[in-house]
Structure formats: C-alpha cells, structure tokens
Write a protein of this length. Sequence first.
Length: 222
Amino acid sequence: MAKLDNRWQEQLKDEFSKDYYRKLYFFIEDEYAKHTVYPPKQDIFNALNATPPERVKVVILGQDPYHEPGQAHGMCFSVRKGVKIPPSLVNIYNELNDDLGCEIPTHGYLEKWASQGVLLLNTVLTVRAHQAMSHRGKGWEQFSDAIIDAVNSFDRPVVFMLWGRPAGEKAARLTNPKHLVLKSAHPSPLSAYKGFFGNKHFSRANEFLEKNGEAPIDWQIE
C-alpha cells in the first residue's frame, strides 16, 4: 500500500489500526500481486498527499478510479498530460466555461486545483482493470467516510461538491453549519444534462469562499 506523507497520517491514524483496514490492506496487496489494478500502487493516496488537511477548501467527490490503462493517478476526474480527456471531465470543463468563462484546456491534469486546496477524492481508491466498481465493498468506503468526517469537523468553511447519487448520499455526514454542500447530477454523459450543466458550482464555491474571507480557487487549467 502507498504511504501518506503529510498530516493526513495523523488525522486518520485510528483507521489504520481498525479491523476493516487490516482486511482492506491484505486485499489490496493481493489484488496488485495477481491482477492489473489502477491507479499504480504508489499513486493510491495522491489526492491526500497533494492536498494536506490544513489546505482543504473544496472537496470534490468521485466514485472509483478510471479503469482503463494510463488514466487513473489517484485524483478523481484527473488524468495526466498526454492522456485523452475523459468524457466526464470534458463536461466539467464545459460547465466551467459556461459558469466562469474558463477556456477549455487541452489536457486533463488537475494538479493545479489540488495545490490550491481542492481535495479530489474518490470514495473507492482502487479498481481492477476494465472492471468499474470492482473494489466496492472492500473497505475503501469506510476509509473515505473517515476522511469526509475529518473535513466535516474542521472549524473553517469548506465547500463540498457532491455530483451524482453515491456522492450525494454523503451529504448526511456533513453536519457542520460552517460548510457549503452543493449537490447535482453527475458530469457523466449519461446524466450531465439532468442537472450538472448549469449547476454553477464553481462560481458558487468561490462566492462562498470569498464571503468567508478565503481566497477563491483559480479554476482555469492552463
């Protein structure tokens, strides 16, 4: 399993000693040994390592990683430069263009968002190649819930963007009145026209951050 190299290690230390995590650890080790699994093992915790807890301003929740070669690298919706932009991210870029006038980028690498405090978190952090949701129900959901609960406890305003039903179900965990919870349809081509397009989550997030004395996110990917 990959390692956490920042204050998330302290935030989540109790999880690592729990029975579910022990079972998850051995399951993941076995999966990587016997199958092709994404993202690469060293990238599993990239979202957490790129956005330490003290910097989190926005949380975007995905489901599980992209399951085709070369796509997943540990941040939801993101792909590295040189990889074709997936359809859901194309729709995210289109909404950004409509909402804030951002130019459509030529790549899908979202590290710029992560470095500004956007936690790009999948609820399930690994997947077997070509098999969407193949690692569902193995313990990752409990681990990502612990991350969500930790952010919920922060004594400062954070924006949660919950896209699609699985992400929307996490709203029940978000009980801190300091936070802003934004829900809509998922940006997938199957559902984007059912409420993702026009949700204006990006401008609403920045308005909320500025209202609460925080610097807005520069959403433009160059």
